[in-house]
Design a protein around this ligand. Sequence first.
Ligand code: NAD
Length: 233
Amino acid sequence: MNEVALVTGGARGIGAGIAARLELGGWRVIVADRDDPLEPPDGGRFVCCDVSDEDAVGTLVEGLNAEEGRLDALICNAGFMIRKPIGKLALAEWNSVIGTNLTSTFLLARAAETLLRASHGAIVTIASTRAHQSEPNTESYAASKGGLLALTHALAVSLGPDVRANCVSPGWIETRGIELSAEDHEQHPAGRVGHVGDVASLVAWLVGRESGFVTGSEFIVDGGMTRKMIYAE
Ligand code: NAD
């Protein structure tokens, strides 16, 4: 049996790119998403799952244990944002963002701990540069991603040396096929907006054996945007 990876939120966007990249590298990839995938996994399988739901995560990992019998990499990518002034943000909305973007990683890591320890596997979480900086009206998203960054180093310390855990924080990654302007690209020190392959190739390295001395770290993939000082003219 090939090494097995579980990619949450892999039906589209960055998660689908990570799944495709790992499949190319010979991994068997299980995609878990609440929506059907745009393309079925190549050689793996798709599981419909709301990763913020404790029972659903339990069933997902039990199924993985029964079908694959191993888990070598857990990629916690599922996430979404609500943009709303704090005065209009309902508690249920706050909780739903925290549930999907943060609590899901606790649920998945807890459920998969035994399998990951047995394989000396790796966890990669997908946070955001918004763990460090914000636009207005994004409190729940920023809090969830900051929490995810901290949860990742906590997992690295608790589950090591059996399991490594690292965090990837993307900046602007184009996933929707929208037309971008020259200004969109040029504002980045790297000269362009990111694409899913920029994140996927890093994730592939982080779950591979060559990164065996790397754990508890954050990797920012943002074309240099968070290093750029901006003053109004
Ligand atoms: P996307 O909306 O294109 O894809 C997210 C996927 O997650 C979707 O398939 C969706 O169905 C799934 N999902 C959402 N909630 C879920 C749940 N509760 N259970 C199961 N699946 C669920 O988003 P994307 O742009 O590909 O982003 C992927 C990750 O990267 C997210 O965590 C996002 O916060 C993060 N991120 C994205 C960017 C960017 O610029 N695209 C930047 C920084 C961070």
